[in-house]
Ligand binder design. Structure first.
Ligand SMILES: Nc1nc2c(ncn2[C@@H]2O[C@H](COP(=O)(O)OP(=O)(O)O)[C@@H](O)[C@H]2O)c(=O)[nH]1
Ligand SMILES: Nc1ncnc2c1ncn2[C@@H]1O[C@H](COP(=O)(O)OP(=O)(O)O)[C@@H](O)[C@H]1O
Length: 402
């Protein structure tokens, strides 16, 4: 069974009201009103294939528009429910989907959406998948060229292949001899990358050692979609941008024991021309200063002896004792009921299922507590808590009569 709902969460359930005002549902389509706009989600494409497309109706101008949609949208299921939260995002519950996969958010005026809106000059909405509880935070690793970031990340991925996934950045620099396109980087042309940055496809981007580097939203989502914890190897400017974004991460800065040792490692790696080595060493001094900026990095590790630094990194990430302990109980066999009604009180949402078709002892009603959401587009929305409450079903029956 899943986690039991704490007593205080269930207090005042009699004050829940059935959802009617914000969102209306018609088959596979929902319409949610926010101010002067109605967000219509779902429906079918021309070929009658179900889709999770979004269109917006402006009640003042009476004009329909198709917004720019960022992030990966949910795969259509047998319909969905929509619940407005905070006036800036719509909670989407995919009917007949596993609880762990069926909770999504369409952000319509969160800070991320507003910022993209300003850059793109068009109406923007962004999808973000809900992850129950705290979920594991992405890890940002920065440090000067040659300090050993790649070496440490490779060790981590090799020891914990199913836990970590690497965010494959885009870069305009030429591939090194052993680098594989799509694995180490997405090697790309400057004009193409600049256009994609303009189109809002990147979480962050920066000019480093004379080349353009950037983390695409898709790169981070590919890792989280695979159920893994994302590792980003990015420079200090990138770390600063991510810090300012909604992607809540752990920031780790790797320092060399000395500049002489850094130079030795860079030269011995033998991947850069002399001119490039000089440029990277010059930049290293500024990066080391910036690495110490207050509030930017959560942890600073010195990579002197590799094994010692790797051990410290694992300890910092809590890998020794609590590898995946941050997850709530799995509840992975539970489904969002195909037929359900929704009631809402503040940020607590009651998903009230009908009779269980399987007749099995699985719960059909759930309480979703969205009062402490964290993160969001361009990553996961962490924090929705979901409790199975079938044991209380009798006392909740009256809700249907309201
Ligand atoms: N901002 C940003 N920096 C990146 C990204 N990918 C790599 N970098 C940084 O770019 C710098 C140069 O990387 P690279 O050319 O692979 O050289 P290396 O650090 O010597 O291995 C490093 O500081 C990386 O952390 C990215 O997507 N965004
Ligand atoms: N602790 C260490 N001691 C000695 N050499 C190291 C250490 N860590 C990494 N190296 C070597 O230094 C070079 C640069 O490491 P790399 O992981 O490519 O750095 P980065 O990704 O930070 O540019 C590589 O040849 C690597 O084998």
């Amino acid at each position: 069974m899943g986690e039991e709902a704490p007593e205080n969460l269930l207090e005042g359930l009699d004050k829940f009201s059935p959802l009617q005002s914000d969102s209306e549902s018609q088959g596979y389509q929902t319409a949610t009103t926010i101010g002067d706009k109605i967000y219509v989600i779902g429906g079918s494409d021309d070929g009658a294939k179900l889709s999770m497309n979004v269109k917006v109706f402006n009640k003042l101008t009476r004009i329909w528009s198709i917004p720019t949609v960022l992030g990966t949208k949910p795969v259509p299921s047998k319909g969905h429910s929509a619940v407005l939260l905070n006036n800036d995002r719509i909670l989407i519950l995919m009917r007949d989907s596993p609880l762990n996969d069926g909770t999504w958010f369409l952000e319509v005026s969160t800070p991320f959406v507003k910022e993209k809106n300003k850059i793109l000059g068009t109406e923007v909405v962004a999808w973000s998948k809900g992850v129950r509880g705290d979920g594991p935070k992405p890890i940002v690793i920065s440090g000067p060229s040659g300090v050993g970031k790649g070496t440490l990340i490779s060790k981590l991925m090799k020891e914990f292949p199913s836990t970590f996934g690497f965010s494959v950045s885009h870069t305009t620099r030429a591939p090194r001899e052993k680098e594989v396109d799509g694995v180490h980087y997405h090697f790309t042309e400057r004009s193409k990358m600049e256009k994609e940055i303009k189109d809002g496809k990147f979480l962050e981007s920066a000019s480093v050692h004379g080349n353009l580097y950037g983390t695409s939203i898709e790169a981070v989502e590919a890792v989280t979609d695979a159920g893994k914890r994302c590792i980003l190897d990015i420079d200090v400017q990138g770390a600063r941008s991510v810090r300012a974004s909604s992607l809540e991460a752990i920031f780790i800065f790797i320092c060399p024991p000395s500049l002489e040792e850094l130079e030795k490692r860079l030269r011995e790696r033998g991947t850069e021309t002399e001119e490039q080595v000089q440029k990277r060493l010059r930049n290293a001094k500024a990066e080391l200063d910036q690495g110490k900026s207050p509030g930017l990095f959560d942890h600073i590790l010195v990579n002197d002896d590799l094994e010692t630094c790797y051990k410290n990194l694992k300890q910092t990430l809590g890998l020794d004792e609590t590898a995946d302990a941050s997850h709530q109980p799995s509840m992975k066999n539970y489904q969002i009921p195909l037929c359900h009604s929704i009631s809402k009180k503040d940020k607590k949402i009651l998903i009230h299922g009908g009779s269980n078709e399987l007749g099995a002892a699985t719960p059909t009603s759930f309480l979703l507590d969205a009062s402490s959401l964290k993160g969001g587009a361009p990553g996961r929305t962490r924090g929705p808590k979901i409790y199975a409450i079938d044991s209380l079903i009798d006392s909740l029956n009256w809700i249907e009569q309201l």
